[in-house]
Design a protein around this ligand. Sequence first.
Ligand code: ATP
Ligand code: MG
Length: 286
Amino acid sequence: MANAIRTGSGVQESQSDTIAAQAYDLSVGYPNDTVASGINFALPIGQAMALIGTNGSGKSTILKTMVGLLAPRSGKLTVFGGRPTASASRIAYLGQFHNAGFILPLRAVDVVSMGRFPLHGLTGKMDSRDFDICMEALRTMGAEKLADIPLRSLSGGQQQRVYLAQVLAHRADLLVMDEPTSGLDAGGRELYLQAMNSELRRGASLLVATHDIREEARLCQQVMLLARRVVAFGPPEAVLNTETLLETFGIVIGGDTGAAVPECRHSHTEGEPAAAVHKRKLFRIR
Ligand SMILES: Nc1ncnc2c1ncn2[C@@H]1O[C@H](COP(=O)(O)OP(=O)(O)OP(=O)(O)O)[C@@H](O)[C@H]1O
Ligand SMILES: [Mg+2]
């Protein structure tokens, strides 16, 4: 885990020029409800981290806190060395739910161009380079042909590709994405992985809430397992094992299909404990 120094109580402060985001004993939640506490991590610049957990475990709440939509309940959170709102223009945020019901019939390319707003302001003029960047982002997500179609006429997966193109068009330093592959078909998921690898190579950092354990494990250097508390945190090969997944989800996630299967129904090699088989399969994900 590069740059993050783990201690008994969490992660010590690191230099802000190498760390995109850092949490120290962070609690997140809403006015009358602390959703998760004891969150400690350091996300190095150019690396990716996944939040994985059950429905209602706090993934979206953490991401909203990361981008300044919610204030921390307690503890400390820094993004590029300051408060999240101080770096708003450097962060691209993809929320879990999107509004396709615009009053004006915005075309897909118009929605992607919103990804350029943080660089120009709402009233700033976009030039041909901005337009090229938006078209390239749509192309990256295999959605170039959708450019002139009203967003609300597109399917759910097509809309998701457009919103991912919006994130790419930002060319942000930190991408915070809530279930980015939701609704995507197999081709879309592959394009997403390629796009994210390219963002990492560009030097961007990624923080992703997801249910796609295998896919994100291919992408992320760090994984946090959540169940309204931090069950485990660290590199995927250390964190994703039978015990932690069972503790998080109440069932074992594994098998050749990647589907969630109850532990008792999973067949295994004679003489080899089921846990060892699950662990071996999970380690093949990278
Ligand atoms: N606006 C809100 N006000 C109060 N409580 C909320 C609000 N939004 C979410 N919660 C609660 O916070 C908890 C965590 O919700 P959160 O949306 O972070 O879960 P999640 O891990 O993203 O789940 P999912 O996988 O279903 O998206 C849930 O118990 C939820 O009911
Ligand atoms: Mg969520």
